[in-house]
Design a protein around this ligand. Structure first.
Ligand code: NAD
Length: 418
């Protein structure tokens, strides 16, 4: 893993860079660089052996100018106040670039879930949901899954909230399973937007996706779905990695069979179609047409960026490039589709889930995928229009210019409040 950039400082430098290209007053930009509020709480939870343990937890509500705060809840030992603040800011600009009527938020608990039983995790989650209760609601703040949380945790939060509020309000949280009011297509949505954005970028750059070579770093939910879908579009997945290492076959391999191998053994390493075992760094620096980083933040720093040979990068992960890496890649003319657009499929289908929950009327998977494609294509078109109009060096800056302008417009149109 590369050097750690402070994610909140990365977010702020991205906003500063974009702000030089837009006509928004400095004092408004200042507002758009900080969260509106951050809850910091300590959860005291009884473990199975009867002892008590304290867990630090956060919820950052970054910006609600365009709608209810929206963003996931992460369970990880490295969760920090600054990480949660940064992730909530990225959510604000992500919902804006794909133009859905939501703001940005993010939460997290400092915990390694592997060290706790299911009943302990349920008590931790329900205690956090009780703390969140006054802050959340389908018109206030709508959490979702993130790293190490999924449908199970979302169902617990929904149940805690509905029980305490004595109501049925499935739209208080998204990423639920279908039986609890989830949406078709949600599980695949992030990988799907990553490849739809890549398809649009190849088209824009006049590159052929058919037969293009692809490397995928991280073979979890976002990464493996992206590998499967890009393979279905005619590209060839030649390399992939997870936290145990990487696999490589110059002729390509079957992404679904590689995932089956990971399900059986816990890792893609050792998959029989692999011709060579490679490192995670090899995957990131491979000479491919498309690189999909789909693990964690700061995967590529400036040093590693010098060695990157991909032509296009579609960021499935949040913040996989440090700002210094971004600069290096800009100098090498690598076309980077920024995370706030490439991985926005998750939040876009979360929005569809919220709409369906409020309507009490559910869509087919085909309708979900069709609507998602429309949002991603429109967002990419808006990015390119701004990229060309402002003669920008970097598609990420173009995405922030579009998104910040939308949030600023919404703020300024609301007038001022004493
Ligand atoms: P996940 O936990 O399902 O998968 C993460 C994968 O990364 C695992 O295969 C893990 O082994 C691998 N990994 C971890 N460290 C690694 C390393 N150093 N080198 C190589 N591989 C490594 O998580 P996910 O849901 O797929 O999320 C991945 C990224 O995508 C995160 O940045 C997340 O914030 C982002 N994201 C996910 C969604 C979503 O809906 N799942 C939405 C938006 C953004």
């Amino acid at each position: 893993m590369a050097e750690d950039a402070n994610p909140f400082e990365s977010l702020q430098s991205q906003i500063d860079e974009a702000a030089t290209h837009i006509d928004v007053a400095d004092d408004v930009i200042e507002r758009l660089k900080y969260p509106e509020r951050v809850l910091e709480t300590n959860l005291t939870v009884e473990l199975d052996d009867g002892t008590l343990e304290r867990f630090k937890a956060f919820r950052s509500q970054f910006n609600g100018d365009r709608g209810p705060y929206k963003g996931g809840i992460r369970y990880h030992p490295q969760v920090s106040r600054d990480e949660v603040k940064a992730l909530s800011g990225w959510m604000t600009y992500k919902t804006a670039i794909v133009d859905i009527p939501l703001g940005g938020g993010k939460g997290g608990i400092v915990i390694d879930p592997d060290n706790y039983s299911e009943s302990e995790l349920e008590r931790v989650t329900r205690t956090f949901a009780t703390e969140l209760r006054p802050l959340i609601g389908e018109d206030r703040d709508v959490p979702a899954p993130d790293v190490n949380t999924g449908q199970r945790e979302m169902n617990w939060i929904k149940d805690t909230y509905e029980t305490l509020e004595n109501t049925t309000e499935p739209g208080v949280i998204t990423g639920k399973n279908l039986a609890s009011g989830g949406s078709e297509g949600r599980v695949e949505a992030t990988g799907r937007s990553t490849v739809l954005a890549a398809r649009e970028a190849f088209d824009y750059l006049d590159k052929d996706l058919e037969g293009a070579t692809v490397a995928v770093q991280g073979y979890g939910n976002a990464g493996w779905i992206a590998a499967k879908l890009i393979d279905e579009m005619g590209a060839t997945v030649v390399a992939a990695s997870d936290s145990s290492g990487g696999i490589y076959n110059p002729d390509g391999f079957d992404p679904v069979a590689a995932k089956d191998h990971k399900n059986e053994t816990g890792s893609i390493v050792g998959y029989e179609e692999s011709e060579e075992e490679i490192t995670n760094e090899d995957v990131l620096t491979m000479d491919v047409d498309l690189l999909i980083p789909a693990a964690l933040e700061n995967a590529i720093d400036a040093d590693l960026a010098e060695a990157v040979e991909a032509d296009v990068i579609s960021e499935a992960a949040n913040g996989p490039l440090t700002p210094a890496a971004d600069e290096v890649l800009e100098g090498k003319d690598v076309f980077v589709i920024p995370d706030i657009l490439a991985n926005a499929g998750g939040v876009t289908v979360s929005y569809f889930e919220w709409v369906q929950n409020r309507d009490r009327f559910y869509w087919s998977e085909e309708k979900v995928n069709e609507e998602l494609e429309g949002h991603i294509v429109n967002a990419f078109d808006a990015l390119v229009e701004t990229y060309e109009e402002h003669n920008l060096d970097n598609p990420r800056t173009a995405a922030y210019v579009v998104a910040i302008q939308r949030v600023a417009n919404s703020f300024e149109e609301s007038g001022s409040w004493p």
